[in-house]
Structures are given as C-alpha cells and as structure tokens.
Design a protein around this ligand. Structure first.
Ligand code: IMP
Ligand code: MG
Length: 183
C-alpha cells in the first residue's frame, strides 16, 4: 500500500481521498445524537455486521449514552470490488433477540442484498423492533429496497475503502475513506 497526501495505490489500483476523517467524525456525532434521542430510556442491541463495521461501530458506540450491548455477526456478499449479490454466511449471534430493540449497524449499503437477507433471518428472532444505521449508502444502487432509519452519508456508486472498509481484505485501518479512481 503506498500513500501520499491524497492518493493511494493498493493491489495495482489507484484511489483518491473521498471523505476525510474530520467529516466522518461529524457524521458519526450527528447519527449518535439522533440515536441517543430516539432510544432514550430503552436498551438497545447494536447488531454489527462484520468485518467492515468494526471501526464505525467502535466510534459510534462511544458517542452513545443509552444502555447498550453489542452482537457481532458475519455475512458476506463481496468479492474484489464488485458485489456478488449472494450472501454466503450468517454466523455469530450469541443471545436471543426476542423483544429486544435491535439496531443493525452497517459500514456501507450497496445493493442491500446483505441486509435483506439479514432482515429475513431476523424475523425468526421476534425482536421488539429492528432499525438500521449505516455510515454510507450507495443510494442509486440501493433504490430504497427497504427503509433505513439512520443514514450517515449518501454516496455515488463508487467503490470505497478505509475506515473499516476493505479492498480484498486490505485498507481497513485507513482513517479517511478513499474512492477508486476513474469510476
Ligand atoms: P450489499 O449487500 O451489496 O449492500 O453489500 C454490503 C456489504 O458489502 C457492505 O456491508 C460492505 O461490507 C461491502 N461493501 C459494499 N460496498 C463496498 C465498497 O464500496 N467498498 C468496500 N466494501 C463494500
Ligand atoms: Mg458491512
């Protein structure tokens, strides 16, 4: 991985800075403020979708003043820089979600296939409520397939990495978010 001021090269592909860490911090604070208001007096289970969510979840939960626990699950639909469209696995739930207020936490929603699958699976759990918070949303690709209560930022249909999001497993530790050049 080679990095200069605003450009990054990773696995032979070039990326430009797209969303700075400063802007991300503002977005996270704004989301947390709303969640704190909406869930005041209630306990919430933050259901984080691994692996991409770890950085966002860590930052978001530290801004939340409500009572919360976390559940980390794994679902996968991506290969390289394109969504494969089919979810292959769902593992990791360690408690019953019955009657709980579940807030699914996602780093980015692209086609929405991953979440659609998760929402279907969660129906069996009979949670008290299920909402979604995502840092980023590729609005054009997603086409409002289902309601998303908390959206950090709507972005163009570009492949991005950094702040937890990867390109074939790399780049998750970058504090800023980068977008693939020439898309
Ligand atoms: P979806 O099922 O197409 O909505 O894809 C959802 C998952 O794919 C996200 O939770 C991410 O982990 C990953 N993903 C989607 N778009 C990107 C991207 O631009 N960069 C890195 N990962 C992405
Ligand atoms: Mg994800």
């Amino acid at each position: 991985m080679s990095l200069n001021s605003s450009e990054l090269e990773l696995l032979g592909k070039r990326f430009d800075t797209y969303i700075t860490h400063e802007e991300i911090k503002t977005v996270v604070k704004r989301l947390a403020l709303k969640i704190n208001q909406d869930y005041e007096g209630r306990e919430v289970v933050l259901l984080g979708v691994l692996d991409g969510v770890v950085v966002f979840l860590a930052d978001l939960m530290r801004e939340l003043q409500i009572e919360l626990s976390i559940e980390l699950i794994k679902l996968k639909s991506y290969s390289g820089t394109e969504s494969t469209g089919s979810v292959k696995e769902f593992i990791g739930l360690s408690q019953s979600l019955e009657n709980k207020h579940v807030l699914i936490v996602e780093d980015i929603i692209d086609t929405g296939e991953t979440l659609q699958y998760l929402l279907q699976q969660l129906e069996k759990e009979q949670a008290g409520s299920v909402e979604i918070v995502t840092l980023l949303l590729k609005e054009e690709v997603f086409c409002e397939k289902f309601p998303i209560k908390y959206v950090g930022k709507k972005i163009e249909n570009k492949f991005v990495l950094g702040f937890g999001m990867d390109f074939d497993g790399w780049g998750r530790q970058l504090p800023d978010i980068y977008a693939l050049k020439g898309q």
